[in-house]
Structure formats: structure tokens, C-alpha cells
Design a protein around this ligand. Sequence first.
Ligand SMILES: *Cc1c(COP(=O)(O)O)cnc(C)c1O
Length: 424
Amino acid sequence: MNQKIDTICVQGGYRPGNGEPRQIPIVQSTTFRYETSADMAKLFDLEASGYFYSRLQNPTCDTVAAKIAALEGGSAAMLTSSGQAANFYAVFNLVGCGDHVVSSSAIYGGTYNLFAVTMRRMGVEFTFVKPDCTEDELNAAFRENTRAVFGETISNPSLEVLDIEKFAKAAHAHGVPLIVDNTFATPINCRPFAFGADIVTHSTTKYMDGHGSAVGGAIVDSGNFDWLAHAGRFPGLTTPDESYHGVVYAERFGQQGAYITKATVQLMRDLGSTPAPMSAYLLNLGLESLHVRMRQHCATARAVAEFLSAHPAVKWVRYPSLPGDRFYPLAEKYMPNGTCGVISFAVEGGRAAAERVMQKLRLIAIETHVADARSCCLHPANTTHRQMNDAELLAAGVTPDLVRLSCGLEAPEDLIADLKQALE
Ligand SMILES: *Cc1c(COP(=O)(O)O)cnc(C)c1O
């Protein structure tokens, strides 16, 4: 059934049977009972599917994952306990010590740390390229041992739009998948699989939850990448896994299921970044109104961005849906109905002036958060990105005077009035 995305937001992933609960049940149980050990052995050998321990899979979490898979138009999905875990698993499911990944440099500070510091310590090398690099520059970043390409649809906090088709083309020319973190756009505004991305990740903590109530993440597979056609690059998917009596994921679970199955039964089993069923339930409540909220977030951000651009105390405004923005043409191509509710801007007077304006805000709160119903702002150079030096900040598109403003669901007039008094 080809349903509209609004309908999937509300009803996707769950269809109760006769007399069953209308809202998704919270299966608050670590474990599940079986009649015989033989029944359970089949689950441990991946010969049957079913639940046995909630570190690997839980019915509530799977219901919500199925909704997110449907929203992205993917073949399979899994939830994780955070967006960080989602990005780590998404990449680590494909790489090992000695492998290499090409990543856009315009990515979330936490993801940059994960790649450039923590995963490097694990022996995985990353080459960072600017999202607006030429095709030649992009192709030159690949090596013999490159296993994946990574980027963000709209980067947090620099709001640079990824040319998904350009990155997908380069990835596929080198026989590797493109992973896109679609947190800011959400599937309401962009579905990266339609432009050639192979795997999508989310920090569901942001718009998907939308109410600042539960940290979480998700990974979605398009089912489009042919692992067996590039078997030499992905031994984890195409050669026997000794920890499951030699199962070969790409053969047993096919192109549609191999990637998420491996991430679940191997990475979640061993690393255990499992979401709580209650958190999945809260996430689902958020998803039920995602389509309605995104439209309002975008409309409000557009009005606030126009106000800021016209204000004499504002040095510059970056909002990809604003005509004249450097990324407007790409935003129009990939997100014609809107981008997100996050704006970045700088006030005249640099870093110190930015801090003064933020302190004067009454309605808009200073928070390490974005994409919430309540408007908030943050000074990345002082907080989320403070571990970066100036060169790294610039490469990530974050100037020292940049203020990130997340427009919530309050009346746009009230937000504009708050900014106006603070700027004055
Ligand atoms: C917040 C964020 C993350 C990290 O997600 P957490 O849920 O905070 O772990 C990853 N990517 C992007 C684009 C984000 O905004």
C-alpha cells in the first residue's frame, strides 16, 4: 500500500489485531519465555526469528523501528540508545582496523570526535572533504581500503546541504555505500534513498522525538546496496561469522536484511547500546505528529530568518531555505518543501556580542539541544565544538561568532519579539 508520509507518521509500523491495544504496547521485559531449549537454540542460531533478550531486540523498539523504516522508504531499521550509537554502528558495521572512510567535514561535533579521535584509535582512518568540493576532489579522497562515505543532509550546526547525488555517485563508483545522517531534514523534508543514499541514520533525540524527552537513534537500510557484488570489501557481511556457526549475512538474509541483521545480532549483542522500550514509546508519540510539527518549525524558521537578515545588528544569517543562501539551490533540489527549524547567525561584534545577545533572550533558552518544541540557542564554539581548534572549526563551517538558533513551536511573533529586544 503506497501511503502518504503523514499517514505513516501516525499509523506506520503497527496494526493491532482484534481486541489488541490501539497504542503500541510497552513491552517492559528483559526476557521472553520458551517451551523448550531447542526452541531457543533456533533463535541463538538465527534459524528462527523471535525475541529472547531485550539487549538484542524488543517488540516495542521493533515496532517503532518499522515505522522509521517506512518513513524513510527503507527495507529494515533498528533503534539505538542515541544518535551517537547509530552513527557508530552504521559505520562500524562495515569497517574494521585498517579500513578507511570518506566523510563530509560539515558534520555534528560529536560525530567528528567519534570519527577523528575514537574510531581513529580503533585503527579506522577518515578523510574529510568539504560538502561543496568538486567531483575530482571527492574522488581523490578515496583509497584502496575505503569502505564507506558519510555526510549529513543538513549539517549541524553549519547548515550546509549535502549534494547527496554527487556523494552517492562517487561512493558507488568506488564500490561502497553512502551513509547519510538525516537528523535535521527528517524524512518529512528529505528521503535520501530517493537520491542514491544506501543507509540513513538519525539522532531521534531531535525532531523525531521533538519534545526533548528521550535520547535515541535509528539506522535504516535502503536494501539497495549489493554486498555480494563487492564481497571483497565487506568480509563482515559476505564471509562466515564464526560467532553464529558460520552464517553469511548477505546470503542468509539477502540484500534487504543483511546489514541491519548483522548490526543487531553482532554489534548490539556485543556493544549493547539498546534503547529502553519506554524511550521507544516516547519516540513513537513524537513521530505521530512529526509531519505537522516539521511544517510549523520550517515556517517559523523562515519568518525568523527573514527578520534576522533585515536586522542591522546581525552580521550574517545562514538558513538554507532562504533565497540567496549559499545552499539555497541544493535545498530547493533536495528539500523543496522546507529544510528544518534551525538557523545559524552572527551578530556584529563577534564572539562576545553573541554571548551578550544570548544572555538577554527570555523565551529562547540557552541549551545543548536543537529541534525541540521549545526554542533554544547555543554557541557551538564555546560548547559542542569547543574541542576543535580554529582550523577544524572553519572546516566544519563553524565560525567563533556563530549562534545556532532552533525555532520551536511557539508563535513566530513572540520569538521575533524576543530576538528584537535582545538585539537592541
Ligand atoms: C545530535 C546529533 C547527533 C548525536 O545524537 P545523540 O542523540 O545526541 O547521541 C548526531 N548527528 C546529528 C546531526 C545530531 O544533530
